[in-house]
Write a protein that binds this ligand. Structure first.
Ligand code: GCO
Ligand code: MG
Length: 409
């Protein structure tokens, strides 16, 4: 079953997405997500110039061999651009294989281990009343686990906090990255953050009780000792996890955090390879693997990471903000169902414009996501709709400290 055509589609229905569409000689198509928020065109060029010509004429069934061919064959291995490109090819080939088999992808991955994937949603507020409203809204939407992000006194805008409840409160104005030729600059103060966050979780627990699983994203901003302190101060509020407490590339930093706190730790949304995880997994320094199919070499790449994590009793917690396209989200849901060591799935709802371009079949019922039993991934790309939303440059913000020093965002 030879690959006859490969298209790279860049579309911006509210935010930019890069999608690969592979077509076989008998007309079967498969989709893969290659979206790298704020650096979309680098992946588009990598695919168009260096990957598409290598795929024509290959057997679409040879998924593992194609993965190795693109990974080892590039000589320059790993990195977010390369691995997002490989992810798109891999996911599209799995989509094709499952469509040909007439089965939903999760069946080819071993079948379902559960009836659905527990999802967490993004609640946020600039102050407590706004935050409580947002949590209530998420509970009404059916979420059974909730991420809590809060404004910080003295800071104008903070990562993860919606500027208003408009759009359902889970769509903040950097999701999508803000359109413009330059990134927006925000200000940051870790001491103010560390002083404020524990009081917010105390208030949330007092209002919503002990049962609701609560999550929090530190978004790479703390030093190891600051992260250790936050983890410790949040212990009374029983977090499901503290995410990205420190910048992820420093795997050894987690040793220090781990020594000081029993708050569960999640990391990995910016990782792209199993080699980013070797220390973290083998030394049991984290509890959840945050990688997405889209950024970790596809279903094949992420399945290897999750199988490795399973050896150490570490679970999945796949990245699922809106910069993972519906194609990437569907791929995640098939893996969520199939791996034994599933933990939780992040879920931010896409906008109606995005869902016009990408026709999904996955469902969200009573807090659980299901990829549906449609053969393949269960997503169709409407090319005419995609064309109506041309690419526009957009960047994630950058952070500066009060003295102007650039800080992790
Ligand atoms: C999350 C993430 C996102 C990222 C975004 C960057 O936990 O969902 O931190 O909100 O900021 O994916 O592109
Ligand atoms: Mg995150």
């Amino acid at each position: 079953m030879k690959i006859a055509a490969v298209d790279v589609v860049v579309t911006s229905p509210g935010r930019n997405f890069v999608t690969l569409r592979i077509t076989t000689e008998d007309g079967i198509t498969g989709l893969g997500d290659a979206t790298l928020n704020g650096r979309e065109l680098a992946v588009e060029a990598y695919l168009r110039e260096h990957v598409v010509p290598l795929l024509i004429g290959r057997d679409a069934h040879d998924i593992e061999d194609t993965w190795q061919y693109l990974y080892r064959g590039a000589y320059w291995r790993r990195g977010p651009v390369t691995m997002a490109a490989i992810a798109a090819v891999d996911t599209a080939l799995w989509d094709i294989k499952a469509r040909v088999a007439g089965m939903p992808l999760y069946q080819l991955l071993g079948g379902a281990c559960r009836v659905g994937a527990l999802a967490y949603g993004h609640a946020s507020g600039r102050d407590l009343p706004e935050l409580f409203d947002s949590i209530r809204l998420h509970l009404e939407l059916g979420f059974r686990a909730i991420r809590v992000q809060t404004g910080i006194p003295g800071l104008d805008t903070v990562y993860g906090v919606a500027a208003s409840a408009a759009g359902g409160g889970d769509r903040y104005d950097y999701e999508p990255a803000r359109a413009g030729v330059l990134p927006v600059e925000e200000s940051w103060d870790t001491r103010a953050y560390l002083r404020h966050v524990p009081s917010v979780f105390e208030a949330v627990r007092a209002e919503f009780g002990p049962e609701l699983p609560l999550l929090h994203d530190g978004h790479h901003r703390m030093t190891p000792i600051e992260a250790a302190r936050l983890g410790k101060s949040l212990e009374p509020y029983d977090l499901f996890w503290l995410e990205d407490a420190t910048p992820g590339e420093d795997q050894a930093a987690l040793r220090l955090i781990r020594q000081h706190t029993t708050t569960p730790l999640a990391i990995g949304e910016v990782f792209n390879s199993i080699h980013d995880y070797t220390t973290l997994l083998s030394e049991r320094l984290i509890d959840y693997v945050r990688s997405a199919v889209t950024h970790t070499g596809g279903v094949t790449g992420l399945k290897k990471v999750l199988d490795f994590a399973a050896v150490y009793g570490i679970k999945s917690g796949m990245h699922g903000p809106t910069d993972i396209s519906p194609v990437g989200m569907a791929a995640a849901l098939h893996l969520d169902l199939a791996v034994h060591n599933f933990g939780i799935q992040e879920y931010m709802r896409h906008t109606p414009a995005t869902l016009e371009v990408f026709r999904t079949s996955y469902t969200f019922v009573d807090g659980l996501l299901h990829p549906s039993d449609t053969p393949g991934l269960g997503v169709e790309l409407d090319l005419d709709a995609a064309e109506r939303f041309p690419y526009r440059p957009a960047y994630l913000p950058v952070n500066r400290l009060a003295d102007g020093t650039l800080h992790d965002w």
